[in-house]
Design a protein around this ligand. Sequence first.
Ligand code: TYM
Length: 334
Amino acid sequence: MSKKKLVFSGVQPTGNLHLGNYLGALKNFVYLQKEMECIYCVVDLHAITVFQNPKELKNNVLETVASFLATGLNPEKSVIFNQSSVSGHAELAWIFNCVSRIGWLNRMTQFKDKAGSDKEKASVGLYIYPNLMASDILLYKATHVPVGADQKQHLELSRDIAQKFNNDFNCKDFFPLPEPLIPKNVSRIMSLRDGTKKMSKSEESDYSRINLKDNADEISKKIKKAKSDSEQIPNNLKLLENKPEALNLINIYSEISKTSLEKVLNEMSGKEYSYLKTKLTDLLISEITPVGKEIAKLLRDKSHLMKILEKGREKANIIAEENLKNIREKVGLI
Ligand code: TYM
């Protein structure tokens, strides 16, 4: 097996990226590009597992690329492209549909959440989505996958698929078993309105999340309205166990201020949450609003973004085709 480390990750182009995407994934993407070879993909084929307005989808793909660049990804260092432009993703996904087991997919909690109560009406694509995700990663034989905690189960399925393929086709170590890279304290940023739910693009209330495109006024209003706790900030993390909203705000503050949770509590214990909120608002404004401005600036030159995608597609396709040739051979396809 090649010992080369290769990072792959994907983000769906379904509108505004938010603080959860930023802390759980994008910041890690940027950090990793300094250390390893990285491929970052705007996963448009994943997005259409739920109906997307075609015009909006196109714009959202470009906006996701702009968000990648605005948070610090460098197209000279990392390969940046959109999934549907490399047809190998769909081809390998079909092969994996035949390797993966229905029982494995039936255990996927994200399908259960997204399909809701009427599963009969969910698209088949939504159901087999994790097989496509395995194909995204393994098409490049990626070894490391930076994601938030919500993707952990999908990553485990990718490993199962890789292992079963290697066994079925008698090619030990052909596919690497990809390792998830999940940040420690910010693996699951929670909704500002309900600390038991993750911050998400699909949550109805915009007050539940900080978007990368929010301006200072919006950030300030959202943090002011965010649920916290009527008691004072405690000096011990254990006392926050049943206060998910308060813990979430402290977690975000700790991450953005690069201060350990213990230190934050030491500094703030005995104070009201309004004190934390004021400091957090200032930090978020200085970290997030420049990103939003940069996204807006980049979106003024769509042809530049298209060129980045085209260059990325070329690079990605070379690796994909080379690997697919070997995959087809293993399976016995002429
Ligand atoms: P997506 O588009 O929902 O989210 C993109 C990334 O952001 C992370 N994330 C969060 N992290 C912390 N807290 C949150 N509240 C939060 N919300 C989102 C996600 O974990 C993810 O890392 N299936 C994937 C996309 C995908 C992919 C792949 C990822 C497709 N193929 C291959 C890795 C490798 C998804 O829907 O992410």
